[in-house]
Ligand binder design. Structure first.
Ligand code: CA
Length: 362
């Protein structure tokens, strides 16, 4: 059969030729989808039209609707429209929502192992960590552990490398961190606490004012693009690069029954669209951060640099102790950490020889 005959045949007998390469179960589900509209509700932890993260999810939903020929409709609700931003996990777990978009680091109180899926201080770069999910055991472990909460996670984006944060006063030595009140969540927050910082969590809307008034001494947020919109540079003039979040993963997580009830084509459509969401978000962050950094660099009152070596060295040794504690406390954490760190030890040497050498030479 040449291509021309194949196409002619396809026209003549309708769908039969077009699906001739599929297995019988797939053929059945092609028929199941005909004329049936599936509607799912997705809540995010972000404000309405939140740049890059929120808008990425909205684009994902539109893509799914178009690719599915209008048979799969995902309605996106920003934070507080249906549920508060950090209630999305539980609400989806009990089936009152079908999907949520958020970050796994928010759920470390439920299981410390979840924080590894979101990203780890001194951990893998965005590309390396996505490889752990896809080539290593990352996705399998994530689905197993979330499965206990009746959830099924997919990759939902990557913030790229995050900054260490904005400080009202310069950090020249470890002692300068002592007693500082800093907004910093997750494993990174625990790590900064070990460096003497008093780490706190504040709602996004309150951070700027607290920093302006001096009731907060420092805050990390994301990177130049989103930080600049928060206006932190107007009230805290020292901006440091970081090792706290080298490439944080975001999640697109389904209620397990909502996922299992989908046809195989709808599952495939969502898998493909979630991979696109993931890579597109990384690229958007990289470009938008570049543009915003150029703007921040024009303001000579802003001092942009890296933490002093002694701070980074101390942070690394404290991080090892933190991991020792978490692996001894929680067997889930130990399993996920073993998988994560052994994958990292494989790809790291190649990253160092290829990317790191090149970046030093560029
Ligand atoms: Ca952050």
């Amino acid at each position: 059969l040449n291509r021309r005959d194949f196409l002619k045949g396809g026209v003549a007998v309708g769908g039969a030729v077009a699906i001739s390469g599929c297995t019988s179960s797939e053929v059945e589900s092609v028929n199941i989808n005909r004329g049936k509209k599936v509607r799912l509700r997705l809540a995010t932890s972000w404000p309405d039209s939140f740049p890059i993260m929120g808008t990425g999810v909205e684009r994902f939903a539109r893509r799914v609707e178009v690719i599915s020929g209008g048979s799969l409709i995902i309605k996106v609700y920003p934070k507080n429209r249906l549920v508060p931003p950090l209630a999305v996990f539980d609400t989806t777990s009990i089936g009152q929502l079908d999907i949520f978009h958020s970050g796994p680091y928010y759920w470390k109180g439920k299981n410390s192992a979840f924080s590894i899926f979101g990203g780890v201080p001194f951990g893998m770069t965005p590309d390396e960590s996505v490889g752990w999910f896809r080539n290593g055991d990352g996705l399998e472990l994530w689905r197993e552990l979330y499965g206990k909460h009746n959830l099924y996670p997919l990759l939902g984006g990557n913030t790229g490398p995050q900054m260490g944060g904005w400080f009202r006063k310069a950090i020249n030595r470890v002692e300068d961190l002592d007693g500082l009140k800093m907004r910093i969540p997750g494993l990174a927050g625990e790590l900064f606490s070990r460096l003497g910082v008093n780490s706190v969590l504040l709602p996004a809307g309150e951070i700027f004012m607290a920093l302006e008034r001096g009731t907060l001494d420092a805050t990390e947020w994301v990177g130049p693009a989103l930080d600049k919109r928060m206006g932190f540079h107007k009230v805290a003039k020292h901006y440091y690069s970081g090792w706290n979040e080298p490439g944080s993963i975001l999640e697109l997580t389904f209620n397990k029954s909502s996922w299992e009830n989908l046809s195989s084509e709808h599952k495939e459509i969502i898998e493909v669209a979630s991979n696109e969401l993931h890579s597109e978000m990384s690229q958007n962050f990289h470009y938008e951060n570049g543009l915003a950094l150029q703007e921040l660099q024009k303001d000579s009152s802003i001092k942009i640099g890296s933490f002093p070596d002694e701070v980074t060295k101390k942070a690394k040794s404290e991080f090892d102790k933190l991991i020792d504690r978490l692996t001894s406390e929680n067997s889930d954490f130990r399993r996920v950490w073993d998988s994560y760190s052994s994958y990292q030890s494989v790809v790291r040497q190649w990253t160092d020889l290829s990317v790191k050498s090149y970046l030093n030479e560029r």
